[in-house]
Design a protein around this ligand. Structure first.
Ligand code: DOR
Ligand code: ZN
Length: 352
């Protein structure tokens, strides 16, 4: 098969930041995806429907005029979030979920949740209004090894919350372990997970290949090979509760190549192409559309996209970097190849 046509996909987990950086990264996503769930971990965070409305306007202003792209906004859960905000968020039509960051778990999570019991009224309102909870599922207990943080969080914190709110829709974001995969498979139809391309393509060896590799550092951190295989198999299995979420997370080169480097891998420049590689390697390219374009929309109760995209099996070279003011962004596969190419509008008719 030299080319594959699928319904235009959606990215159910994306960081676009703000300001100048946003103008560089939004076009990459808007070229490939019809919609994206936008993470709210800005400084300061997006804690209200009004802040989400303003942020949405700024994102739309960064969408190229020839692209059509819908940002799906989220709120950042804090211990101060008023339960009444949930009805406002739901009624807005543009807020689609609330994100739970355990304090200290990742980039800009210091306003997050220390004790989830303090948010139970909010979760109750979310359950009532059917607004999904998106979870960064990692404990921050310093006694727990970095590589075990997902499994421990699921056991100790998340499972009891899901039991207490059985009708709440919950997405385990960027699932990275076989425990996470098994948890979702065994859970009710109201529990799903997003999967990144990088957690399907890399294991933790990629962090140390020939030296320390800051551009492979992300959170949750890359795991052992057995976990990569479990996550890749879940993505490519056709299971309806696993769907695409890139977690593309741009940071300036100087912030990554530093004594205390930021977590985040930038994949927006080649996102759907990288997933095509994952499915191709698994021999299940026929299941890419469900994972990338159908499962997530169904879980979120969104209509299916109506336009197609075409991916061609044709390698291309990823630039060493994208210039970003005086700084740069080093993308995933910088200076190397990606095996699939998105076919442009002009080329489209030849293949469609
Ligand atoms: O690697 C990550 N980067 N993981 C996250 O959870 C956050 C993200 C970011 O915002 O940079
Ligand atoms: Zn993220």
């Amino acid at each position: 098969m030299q080319s594959i046509t699928i319904t235009t996909p959606d990215d159910f987990h994306l960081h676009v930041r703000d300001g100048e950086l946003m103008r560089l990264v939004v076009p990459h996503t808007a070229r490939r995806f019809a919609r994206a769930i936008i993470m709210p971990n800005l400084v300061p965070p997006i804690v209200s429907t009004e802040l989400a409305r303003q942020y949405r306007e700024r994102i739309l202003a960064a969408v190229p005029s020839d692209a059509s792209f819908e940002p799906l906004m989220t709120l950042y859960l804090t211990e101060q979030t008023p339960a009444a905000e949930i009805a406002v968020a739901k009624a807005s039509g543009y807020v689609h979920a609330v994100k739970w960051y355990p304090v200290g778990a990742t980039t800009n999570s210091h306003h997050g949740v220390q004790n989830i019991e303090k948010c139970f009224e909010v979760l109750e309102a979310m359950q009532q209004h059917d607004l999904p909870l998106l979870v960064h599922p990692e404990t921050t207990d310093p006694a727990v090894d970095t590589f075990d943080r997902e499994a421990v969080f699921i056991d100790r914190v998340l499972a009891p919350v899901i039991e207490r709110f059985p009708n709440l829709r919950v997405v385990l974001e960027h699932v990275t372990t076989h425990q996470g995969v098994q948890f979702v498979q065994a859970a009710s139809s109201r529990v799903a997970a997003t999967i990144t391309a990088h957690h399907c393509l890399l294991n933790r060896v990629a962090l140390f290949e020939g030296g320390l590799r800051p551009h492979h550092y992300c959170l949750p951190i890359l795991k052992r090979e057995e976990h990569r295989v479990a996550v890749m198999e879940a993505a490519t299995s056709g299971h309806p509760r696993f769907f695409l979420g890139t977690d593309s997370a741009p940071h300036a080169r100087t912030a990554k190549e530093a004594a205390c480097g930021c977590a985040g891998i930038y994949t927006a420049h080649a996102a759907i192409e990288l997933y095509a590689e994952v499915f191709d390697r698994a021999g299940t390219l026929d299941k890419l559309e469900a994972f990338a374009s159908l499962n997530g929309a169904k879980f979120y109760g969104l209509p299916r996209n109506t336009t197609p995209i075409v991916l061609e099996r044709k390698a291309w070279n990823v630039p060493e970097s994208f210039s970003f003011g005086k700084d740069a962004i080093v993308p995933f596969r910088a200076g190397c190849q990606v095996g699939f190419q998105l076919v442009d509008g002009s080329e489209f008719e030849r293949l469609a």
